[in-house]
Write a protein that binds this ligand. Structure first.
Ligand code: SF4
Length: 445
């Protein structure tokens, strides 16, 4: 939508009070995101009364999911676009009067030729490799408003990666609802492994990270690409959601808790120096103390690098939303805090293993904490979710990948000093070095 605005001759301003058109891009995934979206719409509508705003546009998943309700309840909104109607913003900006422009997302996929503007950090970009999802996780409403999976063509994605690289992007973060299933819906049956291999050929792209790998149909060829292709980071982002059999069954994930252990062990064994991020849901209907205990001991066993915990949010139209054996919200909250408390020292321990070692860091600019520090991320930290590396000694340009020596670790962040040295995939940990990162998993019997 920023690309469309730019192409339509509009200037993008930071301050909504200065805008003639305000576009609120909403999320309709779970309760808290919906609330935040509605609050933002209401907040922005104030600029119509007192500012320069002439048009208020609401776009995204919330309007896709609830077009009639929003249209009725929010008369101050001039136009509604859905989750696949980004290009229709051109008609709104061109003076079109139609208010309801929510279309059917079932056929939409983005193309490299669509206009795109990078904001904020311009050396990293997300790339949407597919839309929609074919799975039926019982808690999730996404397939109902995003449709079945439609993967983008490899050639088109390579073209987009080339455009991004020419604009200065060095880090590509691949996203979709179900990234591991990439390409299975294409007539020629392509795979994520093939896509990663093709993207690694793009000049200028240095780091490629695949987010949201569902824990199934993990092929040897995908593991091999992640383990061996220099540009593909040995970073797995795999939402596991739970570890108890009964919860995974209730969530309709298609596998039991045993699979979770095996998947983690297989990945740790096959990918040297793996960094593992996952997410869990606590408080799903039917979750007993025993189920939570199983999840807790799984987290203690697996020693993930990064864990996100979400409180279950009941969503209408989902099987879980109709379940009656709900968990007391206070109990769910307590489990959330307990799991975070279990993970915090584990995250820190994983980071402490890096102290004294050399890493590649993508410099992102001045630190949020102090103008005296630079801030970046080592390859084991994904943007926005995994913490930062703070650099105190030297200068660098944002977007540079530099070699650093790690000097200290906190719960989620590292401190490091620049050193001169060639950058590239960090040397595999030396087993004799007691400080080197190592796999500490107990083997399954
Ligand atoms: S795989 Fe992800 S997007 Fe698809 S149904 Fe499950 S939770 Fe929702």
């Amino acid at each position: 939508m920023l690309g469309v605005s730019d192409q339509s001759g509009f200037k993008i301003v930071e301050d909504p009070a200065e805008a003639e058109v305000i576009v609120v891009n909403t999320c309709g995934f779970i309760g808290p995101a919906k609330e935040e979206s509605v609050d933002t719409i209401l907040e922005m509508s104030a600029h119509k009364a007192g500012g320069s705003c002439q048009k208020l546009v609401v776009a995204g998943c919330l309007s896709q999911r609830y077009p009639d309700e929003l249209s009725r309840e929010l008369p101050e909104v001039d136009h509604f676009l859905g989750s696949s109607d980004m290009l229709k913003l051109a008609s709104v900006l061109g003076g079109g009067q139609e208010r309801m422009l929510v279309g059917n997302p079932a056929r939409y996929t983005m193309r490299a030729s669509d206009p795109r503007v990078l904001t904020g950090q311009t050396h990293r970009a997300y790339m949407k490799i597919a839309e929609g999802c074919n799975r039926e996780c019982s808690f999730c409403a996404i397939p109902s408003f995003r449709g079945k999976q439609r993967s983008r063509d490899i050639t088109d994605l390579v073209r987009e990666a080339g455009i991004l690289a020419a604009a200065g992007v060095v880090e590509l973060n691949l996203i979709s609802q179900d990234t591991i299933a990439y390409g299975r819906d294409l007539p020629e049956h392509r795979s994520l492994a093939e896509l990663l291999t093709a993207l690694a050929e793009v000049d200028g792209i240095r780091w490629i990270r695949a987010h949201y790998l569902y824990p199934e149909k993990l092929t040897d060829s995908l593991i091999e690409v992640i383990a061996e292709q220099e540009k593909v980071l040995p970073y797995i982002d795999m939402p596991l959601q739970h570890a108890s059999d009964s919860m995974l069954r209730a969530m309709r994930r298609g596998h039991g808790g045993d699979r979770m252990y095996k998947v983690v062990e297989r990945l740790r064994r096959s990918i040297p120096d793996l960094v593992f991020r996952t997410t869990f849901i606590v408080g799903h209907p039917g979750e007993t103390d025993g189920d939570f205990e199983q999840l807790r001991s799984f987290v203690e066993w697996a020693e993930f690098d990064h864990v996100g915990v979400f409180l279950y949010s009941p969503e209408e139209g989902t099987p879980s939303g109709d379940m009656t054996d709900t968990v007391d919200p206070e109990v769910a909250k307590a489990r959330y805090h307990e799991l975070m408390d279990v993970q915090r020292p584990l995250s820190r321990e994983r980071l402490e293993l890096r102290v004294g070692t050399e890493l590649d860091v993508l410099v992102e600019g001045l630190s949020d904490e102090s103008d005296l520090l630079l801030q970046g991320r080592w390859w084991g930290q994904a943007p926005e979710v995994d913490g930062s590396v703070y650099l105190a000694n030297g200068t660098a340009r944002a977007g540079e990948i530099r070699r650093v020596l790690v000097t200290d670790a906190a719960d989620y962040d590292l401190m490091a000093d620049f050193i001169d040295g060639p950058v590239g995939r960090d040397a595999p940990p030396d087993a004799k070095d007691p400080r080197a990162p190592k796999v500490k998993l107990r083997t399954l019997t």
